[in-house]
Design a protein. Structure first.
Length: 82
């Protein structure tokens, strides 16, 4: 994770925001003795979605079981009941 020390520049902050959006990597922001992590909005939404999915009862177990299943053994897309 990259680290940036913010001084007083709005331009500098805009550049860091651009960087975090382009790289999709979080950036540690240091201001004196206080720190914060900057994430892109897209990454935040992804984390939020993952947390919501993992809170569904049985989701983790089903996901782990699915990882073990060979692709040939899975359900074909055309056979799914949408």
């Amino acid at each position: 994770m990259k680290t940036h020390k913010i001084k007083h520049s709005e331009k500098e902050l805009v550049e860091i925001i651009d960087e975090v959006n382009e790289s999709s990597e979080p950036i540690l922001i240091k201001v004196k003795k206080k720190n914060a992590i900057l994430l892109s909005e897209r990454e935040r939404e992804s984390i939020k979605e993952t947390m919501e999915l993992t809170n569904i009862p049985g989701f983790r177990k089903t996901l782990l079981e699915g990882e073990k299943e060979k692709i040939e053994e899975g359900t074909k897309l055309k056979d799914l009941d949408w």
